[in-house]
Design a protein around this ligand. Structure first.
Ligand code: PEP
Ligand code: MN
Length: 359
């Protein structure tokens, strides 16, 4: 149904397509410094956000169109393809006027079909030679909705864009997690299954949220046969105006590229990896849930202390146990197994409440 054009023309067969650069272009000097160090590592695609969709209005929301000449300068000085995030027809027009032809749609934009359609309509109005030179990467929407993700690809395709790719950046979730945006690998793998010719890139920076975790997420993506990586790299990450905790220094980035093992070729191995990463994700969730449960248990403990209620209440314990054992049985879990787990969890909660008492 779809006929996508190759976008990996500059990448040797079997090598990942690498896109890297700062979360935001902050100044001309910072942008050029990032670009020059990346060009020296052999990177061909340079990312830098100008219009930043931020959660809170008080956050740095990008330099806007003021940074376009900096990206144009990166292209002429280093020969790299500069790319930036667009969220509206006005962004697209401004960037095209500065010779920028490579874009991504951010996770928040892709979650809004009106915004994507407006951009697609603007593209439809462009001269054909411009449309055919434009490359657009579509990030997954913040919510785990594969049809919304594919819908955005379809809208751009219908507007005439053929140089398309998808970027997996993980999905928003409530509460503390090991990842900033848990990867839910099954979703991008389903995308690959449905659109096998669409290049699939992983953004380990926005998944991990912390720089120490970026290489292991990148390796998982290569193990799952992703076509490339989209990584945040900043000359001085700790001073970055956005996403400081997840940006790598150019040296750490170069080391990561050297240490990443090439993708595995064995078919059966690959399916095993998909299941294992699913198990890893579930274990991450179990740990986050246990931490959340302990927080609530401590809040209850403080309340009991204030109201003079005893920590141990056997009717509550019996009720908790019997209802859960029944529920678990309906889901096929053995009663002994669930009793053992619940009593261990309950014991830890009671102990943490008793410790509050001792202070
Ligand atoms: C980004 O790549 O800087 C960005 C804003 O990402 P996302 O849309 O994935 O949050
Ligand atoms: Mn970012």
């Amino acid at each position: 149904m779809f006929e996508f054009e190759q976008i990996s023309e500059s990448v040797p067969e079997g090598r990942p397509l690498i896109m890297a650069g700062p979360c935001s272009a902050e100044s001309r000097a910072q942008t050029l410094a990032a670009a020059q160090s990346l060009a020296a590592t052999g990177v061909r695609w340079f990312r830098a956000g100008l219009w930043k969709p931020r959660t809170k209005p008080s956050s740095f929301d990008g330099v806007g169109a003021r940074g376009l000449p900096w990206l144009a300068e990166v292209q002429t000085r280093t020969g790299m393809k500069a790319m930036t995030e667009i969220a509206s027809p006005a962004h697209l027009r401004a960037a095209l006027n500065h010779g920028i032809r490579n874009f991504w749609l951010g996770a928040r934009t892709v979650a809004n079909p009106f915004a994507v359609q407006e951009i697609a309509d603007e593209i439809r109005r462009l001269p054909k030679d411009i449309t055919s030179s434009v490359t657009i990467f579509v990030k997954n929407p913040v919510n785990p909705d594969i049809d919304l993700w594919i819908g955005a690809v379809e809208r751009l395709y219908s507007a005439g864009v053929r140089r398309l790719g998808a970027i997996h950046r993980g999905f928003s979730s409530y509460g503390e997690h090991i990842y900033r945006n848990p990867p839910e690998w099954r979703i991008p793998l389903e995308l690959r299954h449905r659109l096998p010719d669409l290049p699939l890139i992983c953004d380990p920076s926005h998944i991990a949220g912390r720089r120490e975790r970026v290489p292991s997420v990148a390796q998982q993506a290569l193990d799952l046969n992703f076509d490339g990586l989209f990584v945040e790299v900043h000359p001085e990450p700790d001073r970055a105006l956005s996403d400081a905790p997840q940006q790598l220094t150019p040296d750490d980035f170069a080391r990561m590229l050297r240490e990443l093992a090439p993708r595995s070729r064995a078919g059966s191995d690959e399916s095993l990896k998909v299941y294992r990463s699913e198990i890893d994700r579930i274990d991450d969730e179990l740990i986050a849930l246990l931490a959340k449960r302990m927080d609530v248990a401590r809040d209850i403990g403080r309340l009991k202390l204030k109201e003079n209620i005893p920590v141990w209440q056997s009717e509550r314990y019996n009720e908790l146990m019997s209802r859960r054992v029944d529920d678990a049985g309906r889901l096929g879990l053995r009663p002994e197994f669930i009793r053992k787990i619940l009593s261990t969890i309950h014991e830890e909660s009671v102990n943490s409440q008793i410790r509050l008492n001792e202070k």
